[in-house]
Design a binder for this molecule. Structure first.
Ligand code: SME
Length: 164
């Protein structure tokens, strides 16, 4: 996709996400809606999920895509998801076939981005996106998704997520 078109798509996603985040309701519908907006608006986001931390596991709280994943609970430290949660850092994998940490969900997946949702230095959860395109994710995706993660961190904190 040409650069200006890509930027327009991500800007469209940001607008829709802003509108949704401005509504004060929270809980599972908010997470479902965020996944839906991302998956429907951005053509290279083929599967979008939000995991929340429960103890020493990541538990799938909402997702949107063509098929369900078998990885509904991932121990922190396992997979790309578990690595991002342990490190508290966004991980972009341009080719999942080259990354030994990768836990496969879909045969068609080629690249992945995982963005932790962090509040006061604690990882509350993360946004996980799979793409069927090689090297689909760039700094522009990271910027958009870290912005969403920050907004979700505030909202989840208000809802008491990640409380000991
Ligand atoms: N690929 C992830 C597992 C989750 S699925 O992509 C939905 C990982 O390596 O942690």
């Amino acid at each position: 996709m040409h650069e200006p078109e890509r930027q327009a798509v991500l800007e469209q996603a940001r607008l829709q996400l802003s509108e949704r985040l401005a509504r004060s309701d929270g809980g599972p519908e908010l997470l479902e809606d965020i996944c839906r907006i991302l998956e429907r608006t951005v053509p290279w986001y083929d599967w979008v999920g939000i995991y929340l931390v429960e103890g020493d596991e990541l538990v799938l709280a909402a997702w949107q895509g063509p098929a369900a994943t078998e990885h509904v609970r991932i121990p922190i430290g396992q997979g790309i998801c578990g690595a991002a949660a342990r490190e508290g850092q966004t991980i972009i994998v341009p080719d999942v076939r080259e990354d030994p940490r990768y836990l496969q969900c879909f045969l068609s997946t080629r690249s992945e981005i995982v963005v932790p949702i962090i509040r006061d230095g604690r990882v509350l959860g993360e946004i996980d996106i799979d793409s069927d395109r090689l090297a689909a994710f760039g700094e522009d995706d990271r910027e958009l998704l870290e912005w969403v993660a920050e907004a979700l961190a505030t909202r989840l904190h208000q809802l008491g997520a990640g409380a000991p």
